[in-house]
Design a protein around this ligand. Sequence first.
Ligand code: NOJ
Length: 575
Amino acid sequence: MLIEDTPDVRTTLIHRADSPGGQWWRSAVIYQVYPRSFADSGGDGIGDLPGITARLGHLSRLGVDAVWLSPFYTSPQHDAGYDVADYRQVDPLFGTLEDADALLARARTLGLRVLVDLVPNHTSDEHAWFRAALPAPAGSPERARYIFRDGRGPDGAEAPNNWRSVFGGPAWTRVADADGTPGQWYLHLFDVHQPDLNWENEEVRAEFEAILRFWLDRGVDGFRVDVAHGLVKDQGFEDWAGHAEMIAGDDAGEEGVGPAPMWDQPGVHDIYRRWHEVLASYDGDRALVAEAWADTDEAMARYIRPDEMHQAFNFDFLCTEWSAPALKDSITEGLAACDSVGAPTTWVLSNHDVVRATSRLGLPATGKGPNGIGADDPQPDAELGARRARAAALLMFALPGSAYIYQGEELGLPEHTALPGDVRQDPAFWRSGYTEKGRDGCRVPLPWEADAPAFGFSPTGASWLPQPTAWAGFALDAQKGVAGSSYELFRKALRLRREFDLGTGSLAWVDGTWGPEQGLLVFTNRQVIVAVNLSDGPIPLPDGLDVILASGELRGELGHQALPADTAVWAVLED
Ligand code: NOJ
């Protein structure tokens, strides 16, 4: 029997299935490794490439298709490696190029693909180009690789415009000329140690195409592109009434705030068309994923037109509040926008920049959440957040398209919400004048073994951020083989997702008896029926359902079961 044939049910097909076996990235589950916090083989308390290689078996057992590695390149680490000094070298903190090759080889043996991070909006201020730009005169080719401008006001003492850094504070810093007198200003949309490159300059474009080839030649399967919406700036460099620390989307519709001159400029797309050609010149199997915080789903989808990138994170989904109508709209609109350009939708709930979903969903206001949580801030309801995050994961894995897991999400790890200020390292913490706690709370090293020093993260027990003692209960070895654990839930979800080809599947909303009006999100993907209860109380499940996976315990007798609040199930119709 089909769900469509059951009484009192209305279904609306909004996304058609692809045939399974197409390009891998259309349906892949991709696991984000944040190298400094994954596994430390050397014992200095900072994760490294050999540590990752030694733990890749975990990812293959979990059942993911690919790994994305956050930056491991040479860097003074002012922004945890997103300040790159040499794009073709591994930072000694993380290992060597040979270690990178060994990681790629091990991943290949395990059948895992590997994406690496590309940071094209800015370099480190220790990059050879920026070092050459500082002593060079205004107007020189060395300075033309960055965005140097004369200041305003008497003696050029005021910044060229009012733009602010995403991390807080001004987006311009003044440099001294060779003779020591105050000179021009350079733009940095992020930290002062991250000067923005000038993408109007053909030399910059050519260099990044060469960097792409360098890593493609080493065998990587693609790139996650950092700040993909920021490379091209409006060349007027006019003042702007918005504040650049807001993501582009936050400014939409705000009165008196025109479009952001630094985000999502039409010119960025030419860059990605060229990169598409570079990747296509390999074996047609390499992919680019855009980190593009765009105003609308349509703007996001422009990054994944057939001749541009292959995936773009659907941040609208991540930022949507925990409500059935809101999630239904977000999913419907996200799929429609991606379908309109023939691209897959790329679902994500957590990453190294946002409060972990397990904690975010336990806050009174769900949605994007604050920029970090400190001991003095309102604390999340841990039990509620954990329950919702498990339900959200089952929702995400049942959706057609690709899905990302942030390291530790499979363990149900919460945010560290009580890190003391003196251990925090995110530049957003001090650049915001300590008003924003920043992102360290989601970057705490992983617990692998409940009884080992640093929970097995490092052989010496060192850990660059302290791990909460309660994390013993979250350690991988405390969850393995334990029915109902987060790890086993994720593993089973990924196995069933593969078995039913949900990643290339369809989506039809099921309304009628159940629906968003009742606080219930119900859809079918191929023959699987997915129900998520976002209401305040249990909802009876219709008869005739064979539940194959549940994010929490169901209530009642078999055949008369109820779905508790904040719980999700996958089911098939009984024969
Ligand atoms: C986005 C990255 O995900 C984030 O961690 C970084 O701070 C900024 N881009 C700047 O590179």
